[in-house]
Write a protein that binds this ligand. Structure first.
Ligand SMILES: NC(=O)c1ccc[n+]([C@@H]2O[C@H](COP(=O)([O-])OP(=O)(O)OC[C@H]3O[C@@H](n4cnc5c(N)ncnc54)[C@H](OP(=O)(O)O)[C@@H]3O)[C@@H](O)[C@H]2O)c1
Length: 250
């Protein structure tokens, strides 16, 4: 992983920072000397990540905070007295299938986590921040369509639009808001998508597509994805506030 960094150590909150891509982000940010706060729902995974990162000398604290609970992450941010950088990484993949056939409660729950959870965490961070940045982890699925995975696709599209609007509202303050597409990586949602064995034809369609993307070389190495996130955290892309940083910027 790219760990060269000579800037200021920042206090960075990574939602979903204990697992998969969020964990890769935590690893590279910790290696660069940033002070980390990581959240998620899974207390055991959070405790393990906290212990493993501390063993590497990382200043990290882990907290359970469910993004589906609208007050949980804002309350944590307030209790911390604010953060320098918020990485809104935690998200759900949502239900798979024709939109009118999937469980509507599960479909809506995806928005509660991916959109409301992201927005309310950003609001709380902005309220307590004099300067810093908000990084919303999105997906190409929010730029282009992703049929059969619409809660995920539409919630990520909404986050991209939220980022654009917040950046304009913040243009007179030294707070940048950026969307970040980490690319398709071989872990987390896409990694599981490739491995998924299912009798469900919709799930099979998504898994076939994920494998075809991987096999045709369209996946991004995790190190590259995390390395670019670290550059955004350091402020390198603040001049593009409101915009979407992609692997073309790597
Ligand atoms: N993997 C890819 O190829 C890919 C591609 C494009 C974009 N992304 C984006 O990258 C981010 C990470 O994705 P991933 O692939 O690592 O997904 P993942 O393996 O499903 O991990 C999701 C993370 O979010 C946390 N999370 C889920 N629901 C939560 C909730 N209600 N409250 C708090 N935390 C919650 C999980 O922690 P707990 O289980 O502890 O709650 C976990 O740390 C997402 O924003 C995703 O959209 C990923």
């Amino acid at each position: 992983m790219s760990t060269s960094f000579s800037g200021k150590a920042l206090r960075v909150l990574v939602t979903g920072g204990a697992k998969e891509l969020g964990r890769a982000f935590s690893e590279v940010l910790g290696a660069q000397g940033h002070r980390l706060v990581i959240t998620g729902r899974d207390e055991e995974a959070l405790g393990a990540a906290e212990g493993e990162l501390r063993a590497k000398g990382v200043d990290v604290e882990a907290h359970v905070a469910d993004l589906g609970d609208p007050g949980a992450t804002p309350k944590l941010i307030e209790s911390l007295g604010g953060v320098d950088v918020l990485v809104n990484n935690g998200a759900l993949g949502g239900p798979v299938g024709p939109t009118w056939q999937v469980d509507e409660n599960e479909w809506w729950r995806t928005f509660e986590v991916n959109l409301r959870g992201t927005a309310f965490a950003a609001n709380a961070a902005i309220r307590t921040m004099t300067s810093g940045r908000i990084i919303n982890v999105v997906s190409n699925a929010g730029v282009h369509r992703w049929p059969y995975v619409t809660a995920y696709s539409v919630s990520k599209a909404a986050v991209i639009k939220l980022t654009e609007n917040l950046a304009v509202e913040l243009k007179r303050r030294p707070i940048a808001v950026l969307s970040y597409d980490p690319g398709m990586v071989g872990i987390g949602l896409m990694g599981r998508g490739c491995e998924h064995e299912s009798d469900d034809p919709d799930q099979q369609r998504i898994s076939r597509w994920a494998r075809s993307q991987r096999d045709s070389g369209r996946f991004t190495p995790v190190e590259q994805s995390a390395g670019l996130l670290a550059r955004i955290v350091s402020g390198e892309f603040d001049h593009r506030s409101g915009g979407l940083v992609t692997q073309n910027d790597a």
